[in-house]
Design a protein around this ligand. Sequence first.
Ligand SMILES: C[S@@+](CC[C@H](N)C(=O)[O-])C[C@H]1O[C@@H](n2cnc3c(N)ncnc32)[C@H](O)[C@@H]1O
Length: 237
Amino acid sequence: MINSMQFKDSITVKKIFDGIASKYDFLNDLLSFGLHRTWKKKLLSKLDPLPGEKWLDLCCGTGDMSFLLAKYVGPTGTIFGLDSANQPLSIAKKRAFENGFLSIRWLNDDALITNLPDHEFDGIVMAYGLRNLVDIKKGFEEVYRLLKPGRRVGFLDFKSFNDQSIFARFQIFYLRNIVVPIASFFGLGKQYSYIESSLKVFPLANKQKEIALSVGFKNAQFQTLAFGQMGILILYT
Ligand SMILES: C[S@@+](CC[C@H](N)C(=O)[O-])C[C@H]1O[C@@H](n2cnc3c(N)ncnc32)[C@H](O)[C@@H]1O
C-alpha cells in the first residue's frame, strides 16, 4: 500500500500515472459508471470558455479536458495540455491525432513549475490533479501567475472529509470495496489504493478556498457534485 508520506513526492506520482496510463480511460469509465464525463462537462459549463480564448489543461492525463476545451474555443482558440508523466501524455497525443484535435499543444512538464509566461491564459482547468500535487499552495500560486487578470480556473476532484457523515463513509466504502478490488482485477490495485491515501492529505473545501485567497485570488467558490462525493473549486483572479 502506498501511504500518504510515500505518495506525496513527484517521482511516485509520475510512476503511478505512467503505470496506469494504458488502462486509465477504461477504468475511469468503469469505476465512475461513465459519470466522470458528466462531471468534466459540468466544470466546463461553469467556466464557460469562449471562442478564441487561450486555455491550459493542467495535469491533462490522457487529454479528456483538452478535447472538450478545444470544442469550446474553436479554431481561433488555443489549448495547451500539460502533464508530468510521459505515458498518459503519449495516449493524449495519439487520441488527438485519431480525433483530429491537431492544434492542441502537449507539454511534458510540472504543473508547479510550468515555465510558461506570466498572465498568458484566459482560463485554466485541472481535473483530478490538485489532490496529486506535492504542494497545493504552490499549485495555486503557479495558476495565479499564469492567468490574465479577471479570469478563472476550475478544479474538479474528489471531495475530502474529516467527519463520519454518511457521505464520508460511502466514499471509503466505494474506494475500498469497489475501486480497489476492480482495479486489482486488472493488476492495478496498489496504484488505485493511492486515491484514499491522497484524500487523507487533501485539504477540506474551506481550506482549499482559504489557501487560494491567500495567494491572491479574488473570489473562490466550491460546489459539490455526485451526492457530495466530488467537488468543483472555481477561482477568479
Ligand atoms: C487522475 S489523473 C487526471 C487526468 C485527467 N485530467 C483526467 O481528468 O482524466 C492525474 C494526472 O495528473 C498528473 N500530475 C500529477 N502531478 C502532476 C504535476 N505536478 N505536474 C503535472 N502533472 C501532474 C498525472 O501524471 C496524471 O496524469
